[in-house]
Design a protein around this ligand. Structure first.
Ligand code: PGA
Length: 250
C-alpha cells in the first residue's frame, strides 16, 4: 500500500489548555470544516463531553490524551477507557513523552493501557520519540525500536483502524525546533520497518509526525513519503492554524 492510500490525519493535542468558552468558540468557528484527512482533537478530559456535543454531525472526532489501564475501580483521578468510549470518544493518545517523562509511565504500564483502550474499541495513537541526549549519542533507532516493541508487545494483529503511531522527537515538542523533513522521514522509515518486525501491517499503518508542527513547516513534512500527517500541540489551539494544516491534504 502506498502513501496515497494510507489514512491521513491532523490531530490536535490540546494538552492542559483552553477554557470551556475557547473550546466552544474553536468548534463554532470550524464546525463546517471538511478535509481530505481525519480531523481529530484531544481536549483535556473535562472538556471531552462538551467537545463531543459541540462537534455532533461534524467531521471532527474527539478523543482522550491518556487513559487508565483499568476500566473502573478504586483509581482516584484516573480516566477510564470504558467511560471514554461510553461518552462517544473515538481514540486515545497513549505514551506521550509528557506522560512518560513527567508521570514516569513505564513501557509495561503503557502496554497495559494500549490493551485496555483497544479492548474498548478506541483507536490508539501510540507516541514514541527520542530525547536530545539520545539523538546526540546516536541511539535514536534503538530507543524507537524499544518503545515500539515494549509498548506494543503481543499486539501483532492490529489493524490500521486500531493503531496510529506518532513519532515525536522530545527535543522538538513545544520548543519551536522541528526535525528537518529529512530527519523526520528517516525516523518514520525506520519506524515503519520496525512495525513489520512486530508483525504489524507496516505499509498500512499511519505514522504521524509531532513536534512544533505549524502551517509554515508542515507542507514539507507532510509531503515526505512516510509521513501521514501530524500530532499538533501549540498550533492546534488556533482555529486558523488548525484549518491551514488540514488544507495541506485537500
Ligand atoms: P507541539 O506539541 O506541537 O506544541 O510541539 C506536540 C505534541 O506534544 O503532541
Amino acid at each position: 500500500m502506498s502513501k496515497g492510500t494510507r489514512a491521513k490525519y491532523v490531530v490536535g493535542n490540546w494538552k492542559m489548555n483552553q477554557t470551556l468558552d475557547q473550546v466552544n468558540s474553536f468548534f463554532c468557528d470550524l464546525y463546517d470544516l471538511k478535509a481530505d484527512c481525519h480531523i481529530w482533537i484531544a481536549p483535556q478530559s473535562v472538556h471531552i463531553a462538551p467537545s463531543i456535543k459541540a462537534t455532533e454531525n461534524s467531521a471532527f472526532k474527539i478523543g482522550g490524551q491518556n487513559c487508565c489501564e483499568h476500566n473502573n475501580g478504586a483509581f482516584t483521578g484516573e480516566v477510564s477507557p470504558h467511560a471514554l468510549k461510553d461518552l462517544g470518544a473515538e481514540f486515545v493518545i497513549i505514551g506521550h513523552s509528557e506522560r512518560r517523562e513527567i508521570y514516569g509511565e513505564s513501557h509495561a504500564l503503557l502496554n497495559a493501557k494500549v490493551r485496555k483502550a483497544l479492548d474498548n474499541n478506541l483507536t490508539v495513537i501510540f507516541c514514541i520519540g527520542e530525547t536530545l541526549e539520545q539523538r546526540e549519542s546516536d541511539s535514536t533507532n534503538t530507543v524507537l525500536a524499544n518503545q515500539l516493541s515494549q509498548g506494543l508487545k503481543g499486539l501483532g494483529q492490529l489493524s490500521p483502524k486500531q493503531i496510529v503511531i506518532a513519532y515525536e522527537p522530545v527535543w522538538a515538542i513545544g520548543t519551536g525546533k522541528t526535525a528537518t523533513p529529512q530527519m523526520a522521514e528517516d525516523a518514520h522509515k525506520f519506524v515503519r520497518s520496525q512495525l513489520s518486525e512486530l508483525g504489524l501491517a507496516k505499509d498500512e499503518i499511519s505514522i504521524l509526525y509531532g513536534g512544533s508542527v505549524k502551517p509554515s513547516n508542515a507542507k514539507e513534512l507532510f509531503a515526505q513519503p512516510n509521513i501521514d500527517g501530524g500530532l499538533v500541540g501549540g498550533a492546534s489551539l488556533n482555529p486558523n492554524d488548525f484549518k491551514a494544516l488540514t488544507e495541506l491534504f485537500t
